[in-house]
Design a protein around this ligand. Structure first.
Ligand SMILES: [Zn+2]
Length: 252
């Protein structure tokens, strides 16, 4: 590390659980952030500020005016620009040491190829097709997947590492076996979301990513964290593997 980096990361290096070695791990790490939206904004900000050396950003959208209420990475003048380009610039202003790579939206066709280049994948997308594609790609590549979701005043967060304890730790598909019918899906575009909820859940997702990269604390794998913003409470429930899971089950 250069003297500039030692000063930049001084508050990390002070932590016994991180130190210079942990900071080197973050600098060497490659993380794919899928979705540069309300969840992706705090995820990208905290991972870039933390010095994660290589960050991939997967998104095919452009910044719209109605994004700015929660997508804090962007500014009014970014409206109409591609999110990956605007995010790349915002990250460069925050931390020029971070190498940012842009990727299109994840599909079954491209997910495996992109996932192979990263150590860990974190997603905050608004569609099930991308989540299932990522789940399958992460399963076969044995890469951890941190998954966050929000709607209205609530959020959910989980980490999936089924390959560490097959048959015990679940994958995303164990939790959501099939895409719910359209009218039961909580959708930010139709139902709304309080912007700060995406900030809470995106920041928690960044925290779990940093823990996994550093190898510290208790992994969230096998648990689901649920945030009730109106009730001002969190609860964590056990998640078990589904032996009948189409993606990771014995007969999958
Ligand atoms: Zn599964």
């Amino acid at each position: 590390m250069t003297p500039e980096e030692r000063e930049r990361y001084a508050r990390h290096i002070l932590l016994r659980e991180v130190g210079g070695q942990g900071q080197q791990k973050l600098i060497a790490a490659r993380v794919l952030v899928v979705g540069a939206g309300g969840l992706g904004s705090p995820i990208l900000s905290y991972l870039a500020a933390a010095g994660v050396g290589t960050i991939g950003i997967s998104d095919s959208d452009v910044v719209s005016l109605s994004n700015l209420q929660r997508q804090t990475l962007f500014r009014s003048e970014d409206v109409g620009r591609e999110k990956t380009g605007a995010a790349q610039e915002a990250i460069a202003r925050l931390n020029p040491h971070v190498n940012v790579i842009a990727h299109p939206r994840m599909t079954d066709e491209n997910a495996a190829g992109v996932v192979a280049d990263y150590d860990l994948i974190v997603e905050g997308v608004d569609n099930f097709a991308a989540r299932y594609a990522l789940n399958r790609a992460c399963l076969s590549a044995k890469k951890p997947l941190v998954s966050a979701a929000v709607g209205r005043f609530e959020g959910q967060l989980a980490t999936f590492k089924p390959y560490e304890k097959p048959g015990a730790l679940p994958c995303y598909r164990c939790l959501v076996p099939e895409e719910p019918p359209r009218d039961e899906q909580v959708n930010c575009a139709e139902e709304g979301v309080l912007g700060a909820v995406t900030g809470v859940m995106g920041t928690l997702a960044a925290m779990e990513v940093l823990k996994e990269l550093l190898g510290v604390g208790d992994s969230l794998a096998g648990r689901l964290m649920i945030y009730d913003g109106l009730g001002a409470s969190f609860r964590t429930v056990r998640l078990n593997a589904d032996p009948a899971c189409a993606d990771c089950g014995a007969h999958g």
